[in-house]
Write a new protein. Structure first.
Length: 365
């Protein structure tokens, strides 16, 4: 049951309106049985439903937000409530259904696997009634989409990055915060979100509690799908005269190190170093910590700003957190394989093929 009865009523009304818009469907609140009583179990509403001449009573449970972690409890509640439950009036089939403001994709999949009906405020509906199957799949409501999107940007993304790079380890909140260069509060918030998705497991209690990322592939997959909704970073394009990409890569490493400029090679040039895939790379892309050291290094390279024909592109990094987990390979700093993979997913040409090759050969999940 929701904390706000108004929101609860709004969701039930919206659910009823959605049902009534469907062909050969009639739906009304059932007042013949006290709402909230079915055996010893309280429900938030009873709905008298007719689909193509078949009659049902829907026992509705209302939640605010449902994630995979919550599904087991919901299913257990429904099963407990159904024990010894009499049929509705006039012998109608009685069905349990979850109504929520938002239900994550993973939670929906689990509910469908268990053949438990659901409806969310985005308009998605699943009702596996005997002889009357209803299924409508719509994008998640904005509240869920915004919540998920915020998890994969800014300092929260640094926590995810740390977990993916060290996915075999167990972390306390403080240790994870130190690894990700964030506050313990931010690390704790991210871990709580990941627990909702059932992507982490925990051991211990209180200050000694530790978590472990058990679903790194699911987390990385979801991060990849969220990239389209995250704004592309600022990109500065340059041309360095009389320099081939391989030579430019070495030159960049020498000059940027000499000026103590924080950088990490990414995209195709880095992927090629980690796990060769292309015969050649036409452009070097770098994450560069912007500042006076960086400006001096760019000047020493003899780079000039261009709109076309760039062989050097610089992604502005605003904090050291954006260079986390870079690796020193052949005397050059490369962005972490995870960061390179994500950057490639947003690229053009064969970059997505290269991303999958890198993931298979270097990341491994």
């Amino acid at each position: 049951m929701l904390e706000s009865s108004l929101t609860e009523r709004q969701l039930i009304t919206q659910f009823l309106d959605t049902l009534r818009e469907l062909p050969e469907v009639q739906a009304d609140l059932d007042h013949s049985e006290p709402a909230g009583l079915a055996g010893d179990r309280r429900y938030d509403a009873n709905i008298d439903l007719q689909v193509a001449g078949k009659s049902f009573i829907l026992r509705v449970e209302v939640k605010k937000a449902v994630y995979p972690r919550d599904v087991r409890q919901v299913i257990w509640q429904f099963r407990e409530a159904s024990r010894g439950r009499p049929k509705g009036l006039q012998g109608k089939e009685s069905l349990s259904l979850l109504v929520a403001e938002s239900i994550s994709p993973g939670a929906k999949e689990l509910l469908r696997d268990e053949r438990v009906g659901y409806y969310d405020s985005g308009g998605s509906l699943y009702l596996p009634a005997p002889g009357a199957y209803l299924y409508i799949d719509k994008p998640p409501p904005k509240t869920l989409a915004k919540s998920v999107r915020s998890l994969f940007s800014g300092r929260r993304a640094q926590v995810l990055h740390a977990l993916l790079i060290q996915h075999q380890d167990w972390f306390g909140v403080k240790e994870l915060a130190q690894q990700a260069l964030v506050s313990p509060a931010t690390a704790s918030q991210v871990l709580t979100e990941l627990e909702r998705f059932d992507w982490v497991v925990s051991r211990g209690q209180g200050p000694n509690k530790e978590r472990h990322l058990r679903e790194p592939a699911a987390l990385l997959d979801t991060w990849g799908t969220q990239l389209a909704s995250i704004r592309l970073p600022n990109l500065r394009r340059y041309y360095v005269p009389a320099t081939k990409p391989d030579t430019l890569l070495e030159r960049v490493g020498e000059v940027f190190d000499a000026h103590d400029a924080g950088y990490a090679i990414s995209h195709e040039a880095a992927a090629q170093r980690y796990s060769p895939f292309l015969s050649s790379v036409s452009q070097v892309r770098i994450r560069l910590l912007i500042g006076s050291n960086a400006d001096a290094a760019i000047g020493d390279l003899g780079a000039r700003v261009v709109n076309e024909g760039a062989n050097l592109a610089i992604i502005e990094a605003k904090s050291p957190g954006e260079l986390l987990f870079r690796e020193r390979v052949g005397g050059i700093w490369l962005a972490s394989p995870v960061q390179v993979y994500l950057d490639l997913l947003r690229g053009e040409g064969r970059s997505k093929e290269m991303a999958e090759h890198l993931r298979k050969e270097r990341i491994g999940f």
